[in-house]
Design a protein around this ligand. Structure first.
Ligand SMILES: Nc1ncnc2c1ncn2[C@@H]1O[C@H](COP(=O)(O)OP(=O)(O)OP(=O)(O)O)[C@@H](O)[C@H]1O
Ligand SMILES: [Mg+2]
Length: 494
């Protein structure tokens, strides 16, 4: 049996109305990949932050590499060999790769903080350690999301890193890029580094972890050997009840055509044509950078159209901004919630009702009771974990913030809703609720365009699937032809 690298003992952390961590004790062995799973708001990120010194727990202790600490601060944590990749990107787009890697750190062997040559060389060396080529002089904004994620990982690798914590690192990546990240994890493991890996994707947990721990409602539940458990058991442990993973079936047939795109083109989009029917869920699949998000933005008036036509209920439309699209009954749940999804400094109630506030008002006066009821409907339906509807969104866990983004758009009661990665970072239980909500919308005649990188989800929920590759439609699949391999084949067509 390998010895422990890290033990947390009796960690408690409270916020007003919330016990984020409730007397949590857990151990992590040297050189293992240790998964942590749990519903949104279970306390995973909070636990990580106490280990990295980003927050100070109310009580408890951390034993790392034989030494006991009752608190850590970020600099101390780095210096003893703890690295972290947080749930949200923390990189600065205007800086170079090397500057980002060394942000806030002293570069060994130099007198000054900014010795570019040394930083670039060291960045290259750190990259080599995980088998990637890194050009330290590139600006961050020149990189794809997947490349940025590699910079995040490199940034977390101090010279003496013993523990690398990854909080939902795969959320912004697609299948191919996730494979690359798994290779990096494998290399680090072979170098004796302990990895803590948080994810809501069960297939990942089963592929790369040696052991997995379950948290629920701020409490530690159990740790099991990954090879001794299975998906269903683990999910039941996470949610504390039997949960069947299913996709809701269509009951009413789809109606007439409501939207038609003909030869749409724009930046990253070439000649995209498809139709959408009343009550239909049209899925969009493809690899990162294949033009899915860009296509949606073209439709939504958020991006300049170079050519092609768009017909809404048979009438030619040309939205020059998103306001015009909204007024015509099209709404969008964006991929990037930080960018334009929500207002973090406002409450859940405010965020979830702002898009339908006119419907909740009379003569410009908001009906407070109706506003509260509307917010409550979504908090209940999606099981948003919060002490009240007045909680500020920034204080919610990552997955619960995403639920608010979805609620905000569901509340608009638009005729056509575009979902770009609706369940990113959402736990398995809440995903089921969101699938049910989307299917219900479709049954009432609302049409849905849905992008998802999770193939199971596109297959399970869509009525038809449009596959894109390099900005072009490579096929439109009917339900009888849905299969992961078929989609991947068309997605990687040149
Ligand atoms: N700064 C804060 N103020 C108030 N409550 C907070 C704060 N940070 C976290 N919480 C609460 O602590 C609980 C645990 O949150 P945490 O972010 O650790 O969950 P999580 O397990 O990481 O969830 P997810 O899977 O959604 O990322 C949640 O109920 C959250 O709302
Ligand atoms: Mg989290």
């Amino acid at each position: 049996m390998k010895e422990d690298l890290l033990t947390v003992r009796g960690i408690t952390k409270t916020y007003p109305g919330v016990i984020a961590l409730n007397n949590v004790s857990m151990s992590f062995r040297k050189g293992e990949v240790h998964g942590i799973v749990g519903e949104n708001g279970a306390g995973k990120s909070t636990l990580i932050k106490t280990i990295t010194g980003a927050i100070v727990p109310d009580s408890g202790e951390i034993i790392f590499d034989g030494k006991t600490y009752d608190r850590l601060d970020p600099i101390a944590a780095i210096s003893i060999g703890i690295g972290v990749v947080y749930q949200e990107f923390n990189l600065i787009p205007g800086l170079t790769v090397a500057e980002n890697v060394f942000l806030g750190k002293k570069v060994e062997g130099t007198k000054y903080l900014a010795d570019f040559k040394t930083m670039n060389r060291r960045t290259k060396e750190l990259g080599e350690r995980i088998g990637v080529k890194l050009d330290g002089s590139k600006r961050l904004w020149e990189l794809s999301v997947a490349q940025q994620q590699i910079v995040e990982i490199t940034r977390a690798l101090a010279e003496n890193v013993k523990l690398l914590i990854m909080d939902e690192p795969s959320a912004p990546l697609t299948n191919v890029e996730i494979e690359k990240m798994f290779e990096i994890i494998k290399m680090l493991k072979e170098q004796g580094v302990t990895i803590i890996y948080i994810s809501h994707r069960m297939d990942e947990i089963f592929r790369i972890t040696d052991r997995v721990s379950v948290m629920m409602d701020g409490k530690y539940i159990n740790t099991v050997n990954t090879c001794d458990t299975n998906r269903q058991q683990l999910i039941n442990m996470m949610v504390g009840r039997e949960l069947k993973e299913t996709f809701p079936e269509r009951i009413t047939p789809v109606g007439e055509e409501v939207l038609r795109a003909e030869h749409l083109s724009g930046k990253g989009v070439r000649d995209v044509s498809f139709t959408l029917h009343k009550g239909e869920i049209l899925g969009f699949a493809g690899l990162m950078g294949c033009g899915r998000t860009e296509t949606m933005e073209l439709i939504f008036g958020a991006r300049e159209r170079y050519g092609g036509e768009l017909y809404l209920k048979g009438k030619k439309v040309n939205f020059r901004n998103t306001e015009q699209a909204l007024n015509s009954g099209i709404a969008l749940v964006p991929e990037d919630r930080k960018g334009h999804g929500i207002f973090p400094d406002k409450s859940i109630k405010w965020n979830s009702t702002i898009s339908c506030i006119k419907a909740l008002s009379k003569f410009g006066v908001v009906n407070l009771k109706k506003e509260k009821e509307t917010a409550k409907t979504y908090i209940d339906a999606m099981r948003i974990k919060t002490p009240s509807d007045e909680q500020l969104v920034k204080n919610l866990s990552g997955g619960n913030q995403q639920k608010v983004v979805v609620a905000k758009v569901l509340a608009t009661k638009a005729d056509i809703i575009i979902f770009d990665e609706p369940t990113r970072g959402i736990d398995v239980g809440a995903k089921q609720e969101i699938y049910a909500l989307i299917r219900q919308l479709a049954e009432t005649g609302i049409s849905v365009l849905m992008i998802s990188s999770e193939l199971e989800e596109v297959i399970g929920l869509s009525d038809r699937i449009v596959v894109l590759s390099h900005g072009k439609v490579t096929t439109i699949l009917e339900q009888k032809d849905f299969a992961q391999t078929t989609i991947l084949d068309y997605a990687s067509m040149a």
